[in-house]
Design a protein around this ligand. Structure first.
Ligand SMILES: CC(C)(COP(=O)(O)OP(=O)(O)OC[C@H]1O[C@@H](n2cnc3c(N)ncnc32)[C@H](O)[C@@H]1OP(=O)(O)O)[C@@H](O)C(=O)NCCC(=O)NCCS
Length: 187
């Protein structure tokens, strides 16, 4: 049976939070752990919207802390599913912080979380494919395969030699040779 398809934009979720004293460290900046908690929530909702299923967090990676977020800032988290595989979905999260009195807004963080859709017994279940539309969605969709291979290799769920798209970054000549061999075989 053909898999259902959904647009990337259908999973888009925007979440807004105000940084209060209880969210900060001793420098009056937002604590990383609190931000990761918000990232987990916004990206879980995006994965739920895509799959219409219960989802569990399988991994969180490439979390960057580019700029500190200050007490009183308004934090906006935007998340969407970049690509779905079988039962798993990669979600991209972008974070920005705004100081409303000065009107200054900066991009502060970025991350990729992976969720797995599960049935009532917690068993992984297939999800719809993602259809990217914009240039950014298409770039994230294409690169999602390399990121998946990297996280599965690091989690010892994939052999490095099977991570062909990932290897092509480090060994472009090998990728070229394989592509040429494939073309010859098809002729
Ligand atoms: C995530 C989980 C459901 C995977 O179950 P599993 O029995 O290993 O299932 P599978 O081997 O069939 O893998 C299912 C999917 O998870 C993906 N996955 C498993 N571990 C992963 C990891 N570390 N990083 C990324 N993806 C992972 C697999 O690649 C597979 O994806 P696919 O179906 O799209 O190909 C299971 O490990 C689990 O329940 N973990 C705990 C989740 C949790 O408690 N999260 C925090 C609270 S929400």
């Amino acid at each position: 049976m053909q898999k259902k398809k959904k647009f990337s934009r259908e999973s888009l979720v925007t979440m807004t939070e105000l940084v209060l004293p209880n969210d900060t460290n001793t420098l009056n900046n937002l604590m990383g752990g609190r931000l990761m908690h918000w990232m987990d929530i916004v990206s879980a909702i995006a994965a739920q919207k895509h799959s219409n299923r219960i989802v569990v967090t399988a991994s969180a990676d490439s979390i960057s802390f580019g700029n500190p977020i200050q007490l009183g800032n308004v934090v906006t988290l935007r998340a969407h599913v970049t690509r779905a595989f079988n039962s798993s979905m990669e979600v991209h999260i972008m974070v920005s912080a705004e100081d409303i009195p000065s009107g200054k807004k900066v991009d502060t963080n970025r991350a990729f979380f992976t969720f797995v859709a599960v049935d009532q017994s917690g068993r992984p279940i297939d999800v719809p494919e993602v259809v990217p539309e914009t240039e950014e969605e298409k770039e994230l969709y294409a690169s999602a395969l390399r990121r998946r291979q990297l996280r599965l290799v690091l989690a010892k769920r994939m052999k490095p030699e099977e991570a062909t798209e990932l290897r092509s970054i480090f060994y472009p000549d090998e990728a070229l040779a394989t592509a040429e061999a494939d073309t010859k075989a098809k002729k």
